[in-house]
Every structure is written in C-alpha cells, then in structure tokens.
Design a protein around this ligand. Structure first.
Ligand code: ATP
Length: 292
C-alpha cells in the first residue's frame, strides 16, 4: 500500500446528532484508486456517514473533503463526480429504465451511453420496463449501472449487494475490481456481507454506535486480530482488558485480541488462537462484555 497516495476522500472528526443517536468523531481517509469497506451492525451510522459525504445531510461538526471539495458548500459539484447507490434506490416509477437513464444522463457531463448499455446488458436489465415494475434486485442493478456509467472518480455504494443473488454478487465484485484497474476510481462500499469485502476491499472501517472502532488496511487488520477460545479459568488468570469482546459459554469463552503475537506467546497451548474474520470483528466487538 503506498502511503504517499493522495486521499481522494478525507473525513475528519465528523459529528452528527439525532435524538437518541450521535455520530461522533468519525475520521478516515480513502486513498485514490482503492476500495474501502464500511462495516458495522444495523443502526451504527453507516448510511448517515455516506449521506454526509454526499452532502445530502448537514454535519454538526468536523470536516469532509472529496477531491478537495466540501459537500456542505459544493455538494452539486461534488456529486457530479461521484457515482452513488442508495440502500433503497428511488427513480421515477412510471418511467422505463431507458427514460430514467436519460434523465440521469443529463446531470453528468461525462455520461457514457456505451458504458451504460454494456452494463445494462451484462446485468440483464429489462430497459423497456417501468422502474416501478422491477424486483428489488433489478432496482439495485439499475442503480449500479447508472452509478458506473459516468466515469465517477468516487463510487459510494450503500449496501449494494443486499438482496442480490450470489452469482450476481460475484460478478458485481469482479466489475468493481475491474473499475479500479484505471487507478483513478476509488470505491466506498457499506455492507453487512463482509465476505464480499474480504475478497475485494483494500481498507476496512468498522463503525459501531456512531464511533469508529478501527479504520486500516484490511491485511493489517486480519493479521492483527485473532479469535481466542479457551476455558473460563483462563479469564480469571488474565488481567482485565486483556481481550476485546468476550462471549462466555457454559464451558469456555471466545474473545478477540488485537495482539495475536502476544496472545500466542502468553497463552501458548492453553487456548486455541484462530484468524478472525471481518464477521467475527463485527460480532464480537458489538455483542460483548465491555472488558473483563
Ligand atoms: P443499517 O445497517 O441498518 O442501514 P446504518 O449503520 O446505516 O444502519 P444509519 O441509517 O446511519 O445506520 O442510522 C444510525 C442511527 O441514526 C439510527 O439509530 C437511526 O435510527 C438514526 N437516524 C437516522 N436518520 C435519522 C433521522 N432523520 N432522524 C433521527 N434519527 C435518525
């Protein structure tokens, strides 16, 4: 990973307050040409973060810059360079897909009909059907085809793979990976399906209850974190705070460590230490005892 790479998107100390929920001090950087997965449980603040980046919501505090532009002041200019897919795509229900695409195309100077037709064909979209008559999966595919047809420098996808079948998901991930080949496009991708990110993401940002747990290179995260399984007596021996996210069962516990080398050294044969998946990281840092 090249540390010198320009940050196409910089989020710094972002805050947004709702009654009963606060996005607090969210910071991360997405370098140009890379893909970042934004993960976290329901209600963590993923959609709120993406809407703030797109300038569709007003932040209460912090700074956001995409290509150096501030979404709060230069939202339209910024959105013309972003391809975005909302978690529930909305277009004109009574218009055909071609009709809707013609309206969207007018908004982008760099719109490419050829790319749109190629994607529509690959996604098997019924272009003459009315948008309102599409299945949920096809609505998402249509939104994706639009988002990828105007040479966007940043593609922001909110849960794009939910409701899509595994074959299409695999093809979509290939399409997104191809898109990165030009090294000018960057992708920010929020999802619950973390296995998709294990395949394609360069960076992962985990957000929980409005706060960042970590934002780092995926390989670094997967090397650093591990799942430890052992007998309950082990918990008595270790100092409080040794593990993150402890799940106790009748006979043993499972917990995360963010220092796998130390855990191997210190726990040796008394525990099983396995590689943690992104799902483990979401699960164990969410539904867990704070510290033990
Ligand atoms: P999911 O994975 O379920 O889509 P999320 O991580 O995208 O969740 P958000 O949609 O960002 O989460 O919501 C974060 C919190 O903010 C939730 O508790 C939600 O109820 C609250 N919230 C979102 N929009 C508003 C609003 N307009 N007014 C008040 N609260 C809101």
């Amino acid at each position: 990973m090249n540390a010198e790479t320009t940050g196409v998107l910089k989020v710094d100390g972002l805050c947004k307050r709702y009654p009963g929920f606060a996005l607090a001090d969210v910071s991360f950087t997405l370098p140009r040409g890379y893909i970042m997965g934004l993960i976290g449980p329901n209600g963590a603040g993923k959609t709120t973060t993406l809407k703030l980046i797109l300038g569709l919501l007003r932040r209460d505090d912090g700074a956001i810059r995409a290509f150096g532009l501030d979404p709060a002041r230069q939202g339209a200019a910024l959105r013309s360079r972003i391809g975005f897919v909302h978690d529930e795509p909305h277009f004109y229900r009574h218009l055909t897909l071609t009709g809707n695409a013609a309206l969207v195309a007018r908004f982008y100077r760099s719109w490419e009909w050829e790319t749109f037709r190629r994607l529509a064909d690959a996604f098997e979209l019924p272009l003459r059907k009315r948008f309102g008559a599409l299945s949920h999966g096809n609505k998402t595919k249509f939104a994706l085809a639009l988002a990828l047809s105007h040479r966007a420098e940043l593609v922001v996808l909110d849960e794009p793979t939910s409701g899509l079948d595994p074959v299409f998901r695999r093809d979509l991930l290939d399409t997104l990976t191809e898109l990165l080949q030009d090294e000018r496009t960057s992708i920010l991708f929020s999802t619950h399906i973390t296995s998709d990110l294990e395949r394609i993401a360069d960076f992962i940002t985990l957000i929980q209850n409005g706060r960042i747990v970590f934002s780092a290179a995926k390989d670094e995260i997967l090397e650093r974190w591990a799942l430890v399984k052992g007998g309950l007596e082990l918990l008595e021996r270790l100092p409080r705070g040794y593990f993150r996210g402890i799940h106790r069962g009748a006979h043993g516990f499972e917990a995360l460590t963010d220092d796998v080398a130390a855990a191997r050294r210190e726990l040796g044969g008394s525990a099983v230490i396995e590689a943690a998946t992104l799902d483990d990281l979401v699960l164990y840092t969410t539904e867990s005892e704070p510290d033990a």
